[in-house]
Design a protein. Sequence first.
Length: 364
Amino acid sequence: MKTIYYNIHVFARKTTQKECNDMSFHYVAKLPTPEEIREQFPVPARLSEIKNRRDAEIRDVITGKSDKFLVIIGPCSADNEEAVCDYVSRLAKVNEKVKDKLILIPRIYTNKPRTTGEGYKGIVSQPDPEKKPDFTSGLIAMRKMHIHAIEESELTAADEMLYPDNWGYVVDILSYVAIGARSVEDQQHRMTVSGFDVPAGLKNPTGGTLSVMLNSIYAAQHPHSFIYRGHEVATGGNPLAHAVLRGSVNKHGQSLPNYHYEDLDMLYSLYQEYDLVNPACIIDANHNNSNKQFEQQIRIVKEVMHSRKLNSDIHTMVKGVMIESYIEEGCQRIGEGIYGKSITDPCLGWEASERLIYDIADYE
């Protein structure tokens, strides 16, 4: 696969000293607008048709019109276009074998929230993980990688919304958006999701309080007026906003899972107490559910599938799973240069991931 590089300098503009003196911020460069990026790197008509079809299929799962099962799977962070597109191409071949039962959604996460604010924050921040941040280059790298992945696989992807202002750069590309545990309580994230026309999974916060997550879903499903990218905007609410259970951390720093049968049964009961449409849940098999023991994702997914068999309400509510997976298992430090191996959280390797997908299909 050939990686194409673009001349991006036309977008960057150095700011004046007057602008730099505004408060305590140092204004490095004015970023291109979403409209400028989309015009420079448009989505071909054929890929737009693929997205429209995929959007409808995924929407039908969330609303209950389809009984297919979602598998959102891919690397913890999408740091390398060649390796990511290689992975997604492999996923496409598996998708052809399971498409009657499953919908595979590549996890192409280009923004990474960090617990302490330190570390690799994704390709949007650092298109080259070994170099300094460059957001103009990163926004372009993000967009062209997503487009390249669709070209290679005909599978539209999921990404995490770390920066609400970035939605316009990928509005015509993504079929699923995740709101992370650290972002889910943020008002701007909730209100921005209320303007999406694709499913958005809102994770339980790191502390695990389910009412916080459900309040976020309520906010996302209802209309809002707010300030967005220098404009006053109004949204109609997103009926496709739903829950993602990812485990939690207690006051002692210990991981507490929330994927067990009892957790799912409790979430179903809580859903009945809220004025929410399309009650749905995705189980994140990694993070605090696995205590970041990546190989445990296999066992966790199988337990979730078993719980769906035992209880019709859980079967209806649990619409899919999230799995962190890449070509090579585990993780590496930045700079080690191992092709297809995560530079953030450890992931399942390809062989184990492929087997797990087939096992999920056998449960359906």
